[in-house]
Design a binder for this molecule. Structure first.
Ligand code: ADP
Ligand code: MG
Length: 375
């Protein structure tokens, strides 16, 4: 179970803060945000396009040299400590994300002596807002600050991704780490997963975001994710392209048999939605694209669950909401809505209240991103 689901905005910190953890010892801290993906879901591993925004919430990693010959990693979010490095055994659990960052840097020739590290976060964990990428990117930033090696933000994101794949054994794409490393919470980051080209774009004028954690655990997410990746690879192979990103014409997918046809239709249409949105469309149109993205994820990609559908329906019916969709891989986690500036908090609060009336545990994630220009 995820102790943080349904928790209002932030984690309850169960453990001690960095100052207490380090005592008289000097330490260096660095932070990194999570991300809310506005459009472009399940497109990164198809070499496609996406539009994430960094969350105002972030994870902070503090680091200092250790006097003992081992790495000591402490998360005040979880209230637990892990040590590793002395017997050659790999750590279990959350420290894997950190061990991977350390090992990959060492493989690149960075000398890293045993360290003490403290982790804290006001992001909810395991809700599709990329607390894992925030942990990796904050770790790499803290190590870069402590040890002074050269590492640009793109390379940093690639190491963070490899840490998650090789050491935490999550076969993730590149969106989360690129967003955590290069996005900010005032803009959308247009990202091309093939070329790693990025552009910071304004969110639609006069709009703001609301994010609701459904409180539903993502039990099926990992297994379904791997099945979808395999289906996309199979679809690309049958269509004779390197990746589904290379399918220019939506009609081309119709010659595939189900379910590859539906999977490919989602990816190809989703890329088109991102490209349209990235040209700069009014908030109303952006909202429609988000709704279409959700329907496509629900009907063609089949990664939604009734609770996410219901939250999005409630949001769409609320005053001042332009559109809503699930965000993240699906099967639980969070939804995001684009709203008229000033309308988001009230709309979100009413939706959460209605949704939770039957005993469920959705939670608003505040603060959110706002654009105050007149549309
Ligand atoms: P998401 O990235 O969407 O939040 P993941 O399942 O990919 O969900 O990553 C969540 C995992 O990342 C946690 O279970 C934990 O292992 C690790 N993690 C993230 N943030 C922290 C933190 N502050 N302290 C300890 N572990 C963390
Ligand atoms: Mg993650």
């Amino acid at each position: 179970a995820n102790p943080h689901s349904g928790n209002d905005q932030a984690n309850r910190e169960t453990g001690v803060d960095a100052a207490t953890f380090f005592g008289a010892q000097q330490f260096i801290a660095a932070s990194a945000p999570g991300r809310v993906n506005l459009l472009g879901e399940h497109t990164d591993y198809n070499d496609g396009f996406m539009l994430p925004v960094a969350t105002p919430q972030c994870t902070t990693v503090s680091v200092a040299l250790n006097n003992n010959p081992e790495f000591e990693i402490y998360s005040s979010t979880l209230g637990s400590a892990v040590t590793f490095g002395q017997d050659g055994k790999a750590p279990e659990g959350f420290a894997q994300y950190i061990e991977g960052c350390i090992r990959l840097l060492q493989q690149r020739g960075v000398e890293i002596a045993p360290l003490r590290m403290h982790v804290t976060s006001n992001l909810p964990l395991g809700t599709g807002l990329s607390s894992s990428a925030a942990l990796e990117v904050a770790t790499l930033r803290a190590l870069r600050a402590l040890l002074g090696f050269e590492l640009d933000d793109r390379s940093l994101a690639l190491i963070a991704q490899q840490s998650e794949i090789q050491y935490a054994h999550v076969n993730c794409g590149i969106m989360d780490q690129m967003a955590s490393s290069l996005a900010d919470s005032e803009h959308m980051l247009f990202l091309d997963a093939r070329t790693l080209e990025t552009r910071l774009l304004a969110i639609p004028a006069g709009s703001e975001l609301i994010v609701i954690d459904s409180g539903m655990p993502r039990t099926l997410a990992a297994s379904a994710y791997n099945v979808r990746r395999a289906e996309c690879e199979a679809a690309a192979k049958e269509l004779g392209v390197q990746a589904l990103r290379d399918v220019a014409n939506l009609a081309d997918v119709e010659r595939l048999a189900p379910p590859l046809r539906q999977r490919a239709r989602h990816v190809v249409s989703e890329n088109q939605r991102v490209l349209e949105a990235a040209q700069g469309v009014p908030a109303e149109r952006f909202g429609e694209l988000m709704n279409d993205s959700h329907y496509s994820l629900r009907d063609d990609y089949e990664v939604s669950i009734p609770e996410l559908d219901e939250l999005c329906e409630l949001l769409r019916a609320a005053d001042g909401v332009h559109g809503a969709r699930l965000t993240g891989a699906g099967f639980g986690g969070a939804v995001v809505a684009l709203c008229r500036s000033g309308a988001a908090a009230a709309a979100g609060a009413r939706v959460v209240e209605r949704f939770n009336a039957s005993g469920r545990k959705a939670a608003l994630l505040l603060p959110t991103t706002t654009d105050t220009r007149t549309p």
